[in-house]
Design a protein around this ligand. Structure first.
Ligand code: ADP
Ligand code: MG
Length: 323
């Protein structure tokens, strides 16, 4: 069992960034309104995620670390329509298989909380402790028991950079959650959780981008898009500022990227890409989800329909302001 867990873990947990993603999504699923992520050495030696969500009942803690222990989603179709982010019930099991994990959790209805330690898939202890409501998970020494995998990690700086970008995406995807991100004891990001997307953009990207945005708000029968796109002169030579979310998830779709980029083509130099922060709500009936353990790829029943709507909406927003 431990071996199976180690192998399968590679698909969910390939670097510190994927651990942070899973833990933060769990916190969001648990209804947290404030989430703090702290890392040291790019997350390789230390990741701590603290939330003020529901907490986990004492008798449910060991099962939460078993593979396929999920209570959240019943079918693949639910995946895109249901609001919870977790669906495979693999994250905690996978993380615990390849690192040293400490969990402290307390539900509101109990006076005490619990501390649980599991390392390399082996339970070390479960005891009652005093704790605030919510959950804290500490992940230490990633891949300490699989040195070969550890070698494939990049430098602490690079791994930390990946987590930093992820935190930016997550903060923009959930304006209603207050995020704090601390790397090597330095505050990197703090968002208010006040639901105003523009405030989050300011916290994440600063003044220049925030001052040069157009609001976009478009709707058709099966798709709505709401958010901000940048003035063309702010466009940059890389794609990493193209943020968008589909039904609250950070998912990529080549069709949507292409539609956005094509709409900008008449306004920018070649190989310049916009900053965007767009929340899409797409009727799950027109989405075809192809699930791979580590990434999600979206296809649409009718790609042209999605492309045309996104392209036309971005283009008309730009034309209205730029021409
Ligand atoms: P999934 O999220 O796919 O259900 P995970 O392995 O990520 O699977 O988590 C297993 C279970 O542990 C979750 O279904 C949830 O019940 C519980 N859990 C994990 N993290 C938290 C948290 N931060 N707060 C409350 N419950 C949690
Ligand atoms: Mg999960």
């Amino acid at each position: 069992q431990a071996t199976i867990n180690k192998i399968a873990a590679g698909e969910v947990v390939d670097r510190p960034q994927s651990i942070v993603k899973e833990l933060v999504e769990n916190a969001i699923d648990a209804g947290a309104s404030a989430i703090t992520v702290e890392i040291k050495e790019g997350g390789i030696s230390f990741i701590r995620v603290t939330d003020n969500g529901s907490g986990i009942n004492g008798d449910e803690i060991p099962t939460a670390f078993l593979r396929h222990a999920t209570s959240k989603i019943k079918s693949i179709e639910d995946l895109i329509s249901v609001s919870s982010l977790g669906f495979r019930g693999e994250a905690l099991a996978s993380i615990a298989a390849v690192a040293q994990v400490e969990l402290i959790t307390k539900t509101k209805d109990k006076l005490n909380g619990y501390r649980y330690v599991i390392e390399g898939g082996k339970e070390k202890s479960l005891e009652e402790v005093g704790a605030p409501d919510g959950t804290t998970i500490v992940v230490r020494n990633l891949f300490y028991n699989t040195p070969v995998r550890r070698k494939f990690l990049k430098s602490a700086n690079t791994e930390g950079g990946y987590i930093n970008s992820l935190m930016q995406y997550l903060a923009l995807s959930h304006p209603d959650v207050s995020f704090r991100f601390i790397a090597n004891n330095n505050n990197k990001l703090h968002t208010s959780g006040n639901t105003n997307l523009k405030d989050i953009i300011y916290s994440v990207y600063g003044r220049e981008i925030t001052a040069n945005l157009y609001e976009i708000n478009a709707k058709t029968m099966d798709i709505s898009m709401k958010g901000f796109i940048c003035k063309p002169f702010i466009c940059r030579g890389n794609r990493s500022y193209e943020n968008y979310y589909i039904n609250g998830r950070y998912i990529k779709s080549n069709i949507i990227n292409k539609a956005i980029e094509d709409a900008y083509k008449g306004f920018v130099m070649p190989k310049n890409y916009p900053f965007t922060a767009i929340h899409f709500t797409i009727n799950s009936e027109i989405i075809d989800v192809n699930v791979h353990p580590s990434k999600m790829e979206l296809r649409f029943a009718n790609n042209d329909y999605v492309y045309n709507f996104v392209y036309a909406s971005v283009l008309s927003c730009l034309k209205a302001q730029e021409l």
